[in-house]
Design a protein around this ligand. Structure first.
Ligand code: HMG
Ligand code: MG
Length: 302
């Protein structure tokens, strides 16, 4: 097995995780979580989103989070923006990176952003242009790269087409979202191989939700194709409000444990990461979803 020597982990818990919580988490708790994640060695931490507060009220305080956060040199704090209004708010809050997000399925695009795929890409063109002018990095997301909760299986060619458009707009990387976590390694491999005909594999990231417990297997399969960036959520926080039944992203602790075992460098301190996961899980009043975090806690309690 020829695997990358290093992997870059993108922590999405404070955004993808907390956007899906019924209870709203105070800005101070979000900030304390993000600071703990930076302390654990994460270099890219999604801090929130500048979307409509009517659609996602949980992210309405992202401006306050960015403003009050003690930023660590060398750490980037991307935020999702759906349109120019979001971009302007992100800029005013001093963002250093944005993420634009489209879907490979028309129905998901409508439910998530109230517009067609083509309209969403048209909205992102001026955002990407404005970001370039301001020297702000742009990351691109494609959702429903395997299945759509409303349409079922999605053709890999449809994923490649949207990914290529986001890449052409200037995204430095395209994160491939298995939004509802139904993917298994064979389908994930075919999807990545198809997208890699349009975009170099070192510009692709895996963003796998763990609804069916397949995310680690999908990460291993992706590593074998040379993908070396993965998104994950501490304590397995997350889901998507417009993807009923989808659970959280793969837990960051579980990914780090897998990569440590394979001898792949991440720069992340697993004990500190697990502590950050316990911190946010306690704030939410539940146990971490990460199996590794639970095993470490059980071992520590002996
Ligand atoms: P819309 O209602 O069609 O927007 O929503 P509109 O342009 O018609 O405006 C309606 C109102 O919203 C107006 O206010 C606007 O000012 C306001 P009013 O005049 O009624 O008072 N508005 C905004 N307010 C704040 N910030 C903004 C903004 N834009 C408009 N940026 C829109 C369209 C795209 C805005 C909406 O559908 C939306 O915010 N969608 C975001 C949904 C979302 O955040 N989903 C989760 C993130 S994606 C995800 O989780 C998937 C991912 O993890 C990958 C994977 O797993 O697949 C990334
Ligand atoms: Mg997601």
């Amino acid at each position: 097995m020829k695997l990358p020597k290093k992997v870059r982990m993108v922590e999405v818990g404070p955004r993808d995780g907390l956007q899906n919580e019924a209870a709203s988490v105070p800005a101070a708790t979000k900030i304390a979580l993000i600071e703990r994640l930076a302390g654990a060695g994460l270099k890219t931490i999604e801090a929130g989103s500048f979307v409509s507060p009517k659609w996602i009220p949980q992210m309405a305080d992202t401006g306050e989070v960015l403003a009050r956060l003690k930023r660590v040199a060398g750490v980037r704090y991307p935020v999702l923006v759906p349109n120019m209004k979001g971009f302007e708010a992100a800029l005013a809050a001093g963002c250093d990176e944005i993420a634009i997000f489209a879907a490979a399925s028309e129905s998901f695009s409508q439910r998530n952003t109230n517009c067609s795929i083509a309209e969403s890409l048209a909205r992102f063109a001026p955002v990407a242009e404005a970001a370039r002018e301001k020297n702000i990095r742009v990351r691109g997301y494609v959702s429903t790269v395997i299945d759509c909760p409303y349409e079922g299986p999605i053709a890999p060619e449809a994923v490649a087409k949207v990914a290529a458009r986001l890449f052409a707009l200037g995204s430095y990387e395209i994160s491939l979202g298995d939004t509802i976590g139904t993917g298994t390694p064979g389908r994930v491999l075919t999807m990545i191989e198809t997208v890699a005909k349009e975009i170099p594999v070192d510009r692709l990231a895996g963003h796998y939700h763990d609804t069916y417990g397949q995310a680690l297997a999908n990460i291993l399969a992706s590593l074998e194709l040379g993908v070396a960036t993965f998104d994950s959520s501490v304590a397995g926080l997350g889901g998507c409000p417009y993807a009923p039944g989808a659970t959280g992203n793969v837990a960051s602790e579980d990914v780090v444990y897998l990569l440590n075992g394979l001898g792949i460098e991440t720069g992340i301190d697993l004990a500190k990461l697990a502590e950050a996961g316990r911190f946010i899980s306690a704030a939410l009043g539940r146990e971490p979803q990460s199996k590794v975090a639970r095993a470490l806690a059980a071992k520590g309690a002996k």
